[in-house]
Design a protein around this ligand. Structure first.
Ligand code: XMP
Length: 327
């Protein structure tokens, strides 16, 4: 029978067998549910032979890095190393506008950042001639299917943790959630004692805001999107709708401008798209019918408080035919 307890037990045994008595692993935390649960399960299996690495790629939302450090470490006591790699990702993404290219670059740089962190984090292991051979990933079943790994599946998007991996990967992968759907992962996380702030978190894609800026990713555009996103999330939470909405991507159409008027003057700014969706497993989704007064508050605040944005639009497309993210 499927119970969270059984899954944990089964996976812990499997992980111990794969990694062995002396093997060491690192795990990339994205700040999301999946990687946190994957890390917690591996920590249960091999204890402090696991080191978690949080790569701050600069594509995070407001306060996200601080939140990961606080919530995750507090609940698991896991070893955490924070790699500040904003510069690496921004320069690799400079001039790039194609969505698949962005995803591949971000996937590749994630791995490079881990490789760079490996030496710094585990110099004790290096000193004793040991090697960190295992990389833990929170890959879920839908990621596998949508990246073309499922039977007969088409490649829709290269999820950074599946299709975007470089061919010369030097780690053996540990993927304890590979057969699970999101709701099952949440149940497993709760079973492992992770707090609601982590387990009930809305999904956030590994490539972060990099795939929510339609156009080139720049520091200035990231700043703008972070401000708009923080407002939208704060208002959704204040309205008590966090649990009802599966997730609400906030997207910046950086290459689109429209004319507006503010005060006495003409503006020529960018549109922000709100993409609230309801879903069971992200394989299909419907657009969420958010209350009009909530949408009005979000729109008013974003256009008033975020410089450079003069229009807020609502995405009313289900999946299919739209995907949840715009890229
Ligand atoms: P799409 O846009 O394919 O998204 O409908 C389905 C779900 O997956 C998330 N997503 C990702 N998650 N790495 C991730 O960890 C990725 O590269 C990625 N791309 C999309 C998306 O936010 C939604 O929950």
């Amino acid at each position: 029978v499927w119970t969270a307890g059984n899954i944990v037990e089964e996976q812990v045994a499997k992980i111990r067998e794969q990694i062995g008595e002396n093997g060491r692993a690192i795990c990339g935390l994205s700040g999301g549910v999946d990687s946190a649960v994957a890390a917690a399960i591996v920590q249960k299996a091999i204890g402090d032979r696991l080191t978690c690495v949080f790569v701050n790629h600069g594509l995070l939302r407001q306060d996200e890095a601080e939140q990961v450090e606080r919530d995750f470490v507090a609940s698991t006591g896991a070893k955490l190393y924070v790699a500040n790699e904003q510069e690496r990702f921004l320069s690799a993404l400079a001039g790039v506008t194609d969505p698949e290219e962005k995803r591949k670059i971000i996937g590749r740089e994630f791995i490079r950042a881990f490789e760079a962190a490996e030496a710094a984090v585990l110099n004790d292991a290096a000193a004793s001639g040991e090697k960190v051979g295992f990389l833990v990933q929170g890959t879920l079943y839908p990621d596998v299917v949508e990246s073309g790994g499922g039977e007969g599946a088409a490649n829709i998007k290269s999820h950074h943790n599946v299709g975007g991996l470089p061919e010369d990967l030097e780690f053996e992968l540990v993927e304890p959630l590979r057969t699970l759907f999101k709701d099952e992962v949440r149940a497993v996380g709760a079973e492992l004692g992770l707090p609601a702030e982590i387990v009930q978190r809305q999904p956030f894609p590994g490539p972060g805001l990099g795939i929510r800026i339609i156009g080139e990713v720049t520091e200035e555009r990231l700043e703008l999107l972070r401000s708009a996103d923080a407002i939208a999330r704060a208002e959704l939470t204040a309205a008590g709708l966090d649990q009802e909405v599966w997730q609400m991507p906030v997207v910046l159409l950086a290459d689109v401008r429209s004319v507006g008027v503010q005060g006495d003057g003409r503006t020529y700014g960018h549109p922000i798209v709100l993409r609230p969706v309801s879903s069971e497993d992200a394989m299909t989704a419907d657009w969420s019918r958010l209350p009009y007064d909530l949408l009005a508050r979000i729109s008013n605040r974003i256009t008033n408080e975020v410089d450079g944005v003069n229009r807020v639009v609502l995405d009313v497309t289900s999946k299919p035919p739209g995907t949840i993210e715009w890229e």
